[in-house]
Design a protein around this ligand. Structure first.
Ligand code: CU1
Length: 525
């Protein structure tokens, strides 16, 4: 490519060099930016988690002041959610949605550029907030008052501004994705023929548009409480700290599904490929996704069972939460049915996807346990909850992201990744993840509270196991980085259909009856 360095444009008027990325309006380049950004945030927030696990390796205070320990938990949560998981899904949306529906790009390419670059100042605000006097909020990512109202540190305002900016980025990105999906599908691509990843993102984008403004409202009320004399959340002025919890979780629970529905879409794409069968129950997958999204708006107070709600309210939120397990169960059933009697192979993306089905289901079940009112009153704010949401968010969201990266790396780079190393990455990640988080079910049920840097002696063994697992988990992600970089640099050329030709077998296309289906019993060889 000949370049005109004076204007940083090539012969076609496309920006080159650094400007290719800064001024990009190309969905693939912006998708790549999103994915790299997400990966570095993942490593950063993961490093914070290792600080937490190092402190918890033994009882007693090792090297972190209690306040600083809790600052780590706050930033670990905020950065993993808003910096790592959500941007990764937007990265996949950028790369794959136009390709999947036959569009040339997203509907608003410049808006797409803005969505990405808004995240950089927001990430810098979050990451540097720990260094300003007073440090980040020491109350967790949920920023509950009274702590968040009374903490005079500028870092709280930095976090509020960062989340406002990230909200704008998400809303703008969602508008872009919805517009693209509704208007730019190739002829013949009806809604019910769209790949399931597209469906899950369409529904996720609506969730984002509905829930992000609620977070913005809550944050603005917090800001005016802090600086402009209002008392929404300040009991001293007649406000109510619990109001924050209502408004925050009205955003926060749909946010949970924002982080898991695209993951469902990813593994619904990967499993049929390696089972060599169309996705089982496509229409029920679409309806289940929509049902989960709708229900996600009527369950928020299951985070607040111990705030003194009327029993009628507690029961409503308990039962509505339990209802979500029905559409979720439909999905798990469909994934298993897709694999049933398939001609399965177990390349790295498939390994990750199967692990997601199994481990996410554990997280789903422990979620059901937490939804049971009398149980939740016992396990509220214990490590049981920490175990639960890491099974959902790490082995659900993060591992589906890893699987999808392996799945599409050949398409993105033109080269095959190192399958042996990929499998190593999978096994170390999966084992280390379970070593880290499974014991937390036990420490939680035994009563160990979260967000406390010290603990009673009886929790020592399980905490030591968790810390060993966490460091193995952290180090194994450097292997992931190495595999991805190695693949980008070259290697075996990838076919147009890298998965043994199987990728052509997409459930959007009427395909010849596969060897194994429910309709055609397998012939005995
Ligand atoms: Cu929730």
């Amino acid at each position: 490519m000949s370049t005109n360095t004076a204007t940083h444009h090539d012969d076609h008027g496309h920006p080159t060099g650094i400007m290719r990325w800064v001024a990009s309006t190309n969905h693939k380049d912006i998708g790549t930016l999103y994915l790299w950004f997400s990966f570095f945030m993942f490593l950063f927030a993961g490093a914070l988690a290792l600080g937490i696990r190092a402190e918890l390796f033994q009882p007693g205070l090792q090297f972190l002041e209690p306040e600083n320990f809790n600052r780590l938990t706050t930033l670990h949560g905020l950065i993993m959610i808003f910096g790592a998981i959500m941007p990764a899904f937007v990265g996949f949306a950028n790369w794959m949605i136009p390709l999947m529906i036959g569009a040339s790009d997203l509907a608003f390419p410049r808006l797409n550029n803005m969505s990405f670059w808004l995240m950089i100042p927001a990430a810098l605000l979050l990451m540097t907030s720990i260094f300003v006097p007073g440090g980040a909020i020491a109350g967790g990512w949920t920023m509950y008052p009274p702590l968040s109202v009374q903490n005079p540190s500028m870092s709280v305002d930095m976090s509020i501004l960062a989340l406002h900016i990230l909200g704008v980025s998400s809303i703008v990105g969602s508008i872009n994705i919805i517009t693209t999906i509704l208007n730019m599908r190739a002829p013949g691509m009806t809604m019910m023929k769209m790949p399931l990843f597209v469906w899950t993102w369409l529904i996720t984008a609506f969730l984002l548009i509905a829930s992000m403004p609620v977070l913005a409202g809550a944050l603005t009320m917090l800001l005016t409480d802090r600086h402009f004399g209002t008392s929404f959340f300040d009991a001293a002025g007649g406000g109510d700290p619990v109001l924050w919890q209502h408004v925050f979780w009205f955003f926060g629970h749909p946010e949970v599904y924002i982080m898991i529905l695209p993951a469902f879409g990813l593994i619904s794409t990967i499993i049929p490929t390696f089972a060599r069968k169309p996705l089982f129950g496509y229409a029920s997958m679409v309806y289940a996704t929509a049902a989960i999204a709708l229900l996600s708006f009527v369950v928020w107070a299951h985070h607040m069972f111990t705030t003194g709600m009327p029993v009628a309210g507690q029961l409503f939120f308990m039962y509505s939460t339990m209802l979500i397990s029905i559409p979720t169960g439909v999905k798990v059933f469909n994934w298993v049915a897709t694999m049933w009697r398939g001609s399965m192979t177990f390349e790295t993306p498939m390994l990750f996807s199967i692990a997601v089905v199994f481990l996410f289901t554990i997280g789903g079940f422990s979620g059901l346990v937490c939804a049971i009112l009398p149980v939740d009153i016992q396990v509220q704010d214990t490590y049981y909850v920490v175990a639960h949401f890491h099974y959902v968010l790490f082995s659900g969201a993060a591992m589906s992201i890893m699987g999808a990266v392996y799945y599409w790396l050949p398409k993105w780079t033109g080269f095959m990744y190192d399958e042996t190393l990929g499998k190593w990455h999978f096994w170390v990640t999966t084992i280390a993840f379970n070593v880290t988080f499974f014991p937390m079910h036990f420490t939680g049920l035994a009563g160990m509270p979260r967000r406390v840097p010290d603990y009673a002696l009886q929790f020592a063994e399980f905490n030591m196991i968790s810390s060993f697992g966490a460091f193995a988990l952290g180090i194994s992600q450097l292997l992931f980085l190495y595999i991805v970089v190695k693949c980008i640099k070259g290697g075996t050329k990838a076919d147009a259909k890298p998965w043994d030709g199987a990728e052509g077998l997409e459930w959007t296309v009427p395909s010849p009856a596969p060897f194994h289906t429910f309709e055609v019993p397998p012939t005995v060889k």
